[in-house]
Design a protein around this ligand. Structure first.
Ligand SMILES: Cc1ncc(COP(=O)(O)O)c(C=O)c1O
Length: 348
């Protein structure tokens, strides 16, 4: 049976890699860059008896409806510094990463091909094609799309921009996401961060950020370590399975409406930071994510399923007896200041 929550038995933030801040100045110089807003959910904080609940709203990030362009743009920049003659970018994606790579290719006058899983939605496919990329829908799941992208990228002049695996771009994508957390730190103090997890690159960036602020003594007003909880679909909880097993563990993925989180395996580049820096995980159902979406819409925030999942997880953390051990482990109480990473707008 799927675990509702897990306390990471191996958490050891002192071991987490120091984040690279190099991407922030690159992003700041991009046309149209601005920090995404944070919004207070005062009613939720009041209802759950918390000091603050804040949403980092990624529904308009550099003109795209998800945070992923932060990682894609920085990974492409770093990759082109090493291979400036490349003419085509290759990516595999459940939707948002592919669209981000396609947009970056068009900014830079490069060609782009994106490999999508069979169950990717028509609108996501259309959005990527609309960026000018060629799309290939594979006869298989996300992991099959990753494998085909890797094979296609071996031709000369092609550059694979993967957000999963052990390649340099998979590491640079994590570095690129650091900009989101640097912005959030400038926008307020938080002692608990809930972040959606697919392959875990964003979660790794959160873990690095939290560990670094704790080392610098600049986290919440209490000076306490900011804690990070990974949020996964109940039907695609590869991080939960991996933390429970103590090593990356592949799981079956029967499907979820949280398309960007529908991943069978954590990224190798992300795993060490996840293992050492994530305090625990919560799994949420599609129905709970849908309910959280509607709640955010009611608060004036147009957020998609993946982005709404952290609110569903916070409600579980605060009220579900199956989350009690984790609730105590992360010390959720009346002075807690919670940051929810709403990673996408209405993308599907
Ligand atoms: C909207 C959205 N949120 C969260 C994630 C999860 O990010 P990661 O795969 O780095 O864990 C994704 C990944 O594609 C996504 O598209």
């Amino acid at each position: 049976m799927q675990l509702r929550s897990l306390v990471n038995p191996a958490v050891d933030p002192g071991n987490v890699a120091v984040p690279s801040g190099d991407a922030a100045s690159f992003h700041a110089a991009l046309p149209g860059y601005r920090a995404t807003p944070v919004r207070e959910l005062e009613a939720v904080a009041g209802e759950l008896g918390l000091a603050a609940v804040t949403v980092k709203d990624e529904s308009d990030r550099l003109g795209l409806p998800a945070f992923k362009v932060l990682g894609a743009s920085w990974a492409v920049e770093r990759a082109l510094r090493e291979r400036p003659a490349a003419h085509t970018l290759i990516a595999a994606s459940a939707g948002n990463h592919g669209r981000a790579v396609a947009r970056v290719a068009s900014w830079r006058g490069l060609r782009c091909r994106v490999f999508l899983p069979a169950r990717s939605g028509e609108r996501r496919r259309g959005a990527i094609a609309g960026e000018g990329a060629a799309i290939t829908v594979v006869d298989g799941d996300y992991e099959e799309a990753v494998a085909q992208a890797r094979a296609a990228a071996t031709e000369p002049g092609r550059l694979e921009i993967a957000d999963v695996g052990a390649s340099d771009p998979a590491h640079w994508v994590i570095d690129g996401y650091q900009t989101l957390f640097a912005e959030a730190a400038a926008q307020g103090s938080h002692d608990l961060i809930l972040v959606p997890v697919g392959v875990g690159s964003l979660g790794a960036a959160a873990a690095r950020f939290a560990a670094a602020t704790a080392r610098a003594g600049t986290s919440a007003a209490t000076g306490a370590q900011a804690r990070v909880i990974g949020v996964e679909p109940a039907t695609a909880a590869c991080l939960t399975a991996s933390l429970a097993a103590g090593r990356p563990t592949r799981i079956p993925t029967p499907g979820t409406t949280m398309a960007g989180l529908d991943c069978a395996e954590v990224s190798s580049a992300a795993w060490p930071s996840l293992r050492d820096g994530i305090h625990g995980t919560i799994t949420v159902t599609d129905a709970e994510a849908g309910e959280a979406m509607r709640e955010l819409a009611g608060a004036g925030l147009a957020i998609g399923e993946c982005g709404a999942a952290p609110l569903a997880a916070l409600r579980a953390l605060a009220g579900d007896p199956a989350c009690e051990t984790l609730r105590r482990a992360v010390a959720l109480h009346s002075s807690s200041r919670v940051l929810l990473i709403a990673t996408e707008g209405l993308t599907a």
